[in-house]
Design a protein around this ligand. Structure first.
Ligand code: HEM
Length: 503
């Protein structure tokens, strides 16, 4: 019997376990208040993080050991092939444990968990529409840069990370919710805050184990999260009501026509509403939008921050990158094919992600049954397994691995001309030696969208602006042992230039 079962059985309310739980839950607000106070006092101390040094992670030919802490196992990169598609090592269970995706009341109250799997479906569906996304993404980038970086030819400085966050939030919102809200700073701020509150809430909740279903009602971070969802409702409901009204005006449309209309409209809000309607699913449209932003925004803006910083640190790349963009667009137009032909830009993105991925571990899975790996390594039932991405920094795989080489993947592609598309050398392909987007059948479904979005944004930035780091010493990569990020204090100096071609 679980604690939850005991709690909700009236006949058992006089037993010793429920009584103890009753006393505990009565004193819970006080305990949480104390915890909150403690946290605030500790909050003044800087969180522990360190300079990120890929050279220190270079194992060369030495074997990386397995690390076991309680029921957590950190497996080295060499097990990637065995872990990636093994369903006993379950992806969904890992997601639930890491992101508490099914805690009732933490987010959607009684509308089920549609918001969890629809994010995957949306990311996959929109990956097949990249051609149609170029125009709106490009237009939005142009508007954002004009408004935020201005057209002045004088050098001026902007906060790098924050700026990339707002840029990517606006671009993502353009496609996922539409034109009405993507330029509304209040909505964008809510989408960004949702990620911040959710991350904070998860970090606090993990300490409460089976008490999570009760504790989340009181924790300030969870309350802030719920307030954020409440504040978002009027925005989403207004836009959704207008879109539904549009649909109602054409009641005689057949299913195929409706499908075509949805395809044309290129925004996920209507697309998701159509999917839910067809399957008769009740869902929370606001939460679904916020969960999309959660998956898409901070991941992509982190990459944009890192790649812009890397280009500044290797300014010799700027000229060749501009030349490539101009030549490719002149030949192929501003198209999906053009984005695919920008091999240097692609290589710079992939090299940035190789050296500084979002995290140094990936493929979080939980063993539903005991598993024995090919070398006899035993994974007990219930163990949470993660895989390190150490091959990405290994100089026996990538020569001079700790050094950033913007041309690395261009050269590897040239050496490997016969390789099949998707063999691991383009930015969106995954392999056991480059797991920036994960690996196997659960690899990030949003990577095609992220690849197009970052390339479009970089084309605008490179063609329209000169840029350099204002405080290079503050822009270094940092880590807390798992996540890797560029210092939030980094600033960029920018000034408008005359672009060679209009995009
Ligand atoms: C540079 C940007 C991004 C990075 C680095 C990134 C990284 C990742 C990683 C490492 C995983 C886990 C894969 C695994 O465990 O095997 C993942 C999963 C996922 N990502 Fe991304 N991601 C990015 C952008 C996006 C975008 C734009 C979306 C769009 C909505 C998205 C949606 C998802 C979803 C839905 C999953 C879960 C997969 C599943 O349910 O099976 N990601 N991502």
């Amino acid at each position: 019997m679980t604690i939850q079962d005991t709690l909700f059985m009236p006949a058992a309310l006089t037993g010793p376990v429920p009584l103890t739980l009753g006393i505990l839950s009565l004193s819970l607000p006080w305990v949480l208040w104390r915890l909150g106070r403690g946290k605030k006092t500790q909050g003044q101390a800087a969180p522990p993080f360190y300079p990120f040094d890929p050279a220190a992670l270079d194992r060369k030919d030495a074997e990386t050991p397995i690390l076991t802490i309680w029921n957590n196992m950190i497996l080295p990169n060499r097990y990637a092939h065995e872990i990636r598609n093994n369903e006993i090592l379950n992806f969904r269970d890992g997601l639930e444990k890491d992101f508490l995706t099914t805690v009732p009341g933490l987010e959607a109250l009684f509308t089920g968990t549609f918001h969890n799997h629809i994010v995957w479906d949306t990311a996959s569906a929109f990956s097949r529409k990249i051609g149609a996304l170029i125009e709106p993404l490009s237009m939005e980038t142009g508007l954002f840069l004009k408004e935020n970086w201005s057209d002045t030819a004088e050098w001026h400085s902007i906060p790098l990370n924050e700026c990339m966050h707002f840029l990517i939030a606006q671009l993502t919102a353009r496609i996922f919710i539409g034109e009405e809200l993507c330029r509304d700073r209040n909505w964008i701020q809510l989408a960004i805050d949702y990620t911040t509150h959710r991350t904070a809430a998860i970090k606090q909740l993990v300490y409460f184990g089976p008490l999570v279903p009760i504790v989340h009602w009181f924790l300030p971070s969870c309350r802030a999260l719920r307030a954020c969802v409440r504040a978002g409702r009027p925005f989403v409901e207004r836009v959704l009501a207008a879109r539904r009204e549009e649909q109602r005006r054409n009641p005689n449309q057949g299913k195929d026509e409706k499908q075509r209309e949805r395809e044309k409209s290129i925004n996920a809000l209507s697309w998701i509403d159509g999917v839910a309607g067809e399957t008769g699913t009740r869902y929370d449209a606001t939460l679904t939008q916020l969960r999309l932003a959660y998956a898409a925004v901070h991941t992509t803006s982190d990459l944009m921050t890192k790649v812009v910083a890397a280009i500044c640190e290797h300014e010799e790349l700027v000229g060749p990158l501009r030349e490539e963009i101009v030549a490719v667009i002149k030949e192929h137009g501003w198209t999906e094919a053009a984005l695919a032909k920008m091999v240097l830009l692609d290589s710079v993105l992939k090299e940035t992600q190789r050296l500084e991925p979002l995290a140094s571990m990936t493929l979080s899975r939980i063993a539903r049954e005991p598993v024995v790996l090919s070398d006899g390594t035993r994974i007990p039932k219930g163990t949470q397994v993660r895989l390190t991405t150490d091959n990405m920094w290994n100089s026996s795989i990538y020569p001079d691995a700790a050094k950033f080489d913007g041309y690395r993947f261009v050269k590897l592609r040239e050496q490997d001309k016969d390789a099949a598309p998707g063999s691991g050398l383009s930015f969106v392909s995954v392999s056991s030696n480059h797991m920036g987007f994960g690996y196997g059948k659960h690899a990030c479904p949003g990577r095609f969208f992220a690849g197009a979005e970052t390339k479009i944004a970089l084309c605008h930035i490179l063609l329209k602006y000169d840029f350099e780091l204002a405080n290079p010493e503050c822009a270094r990569a940092q880590t807390d042992g798992m996540m890797i990020w560029r210092d939030k204090k980094a600033k960029l100096k920018v000034r408008r230039r005359n672009e060679e071609i209009q995009i």
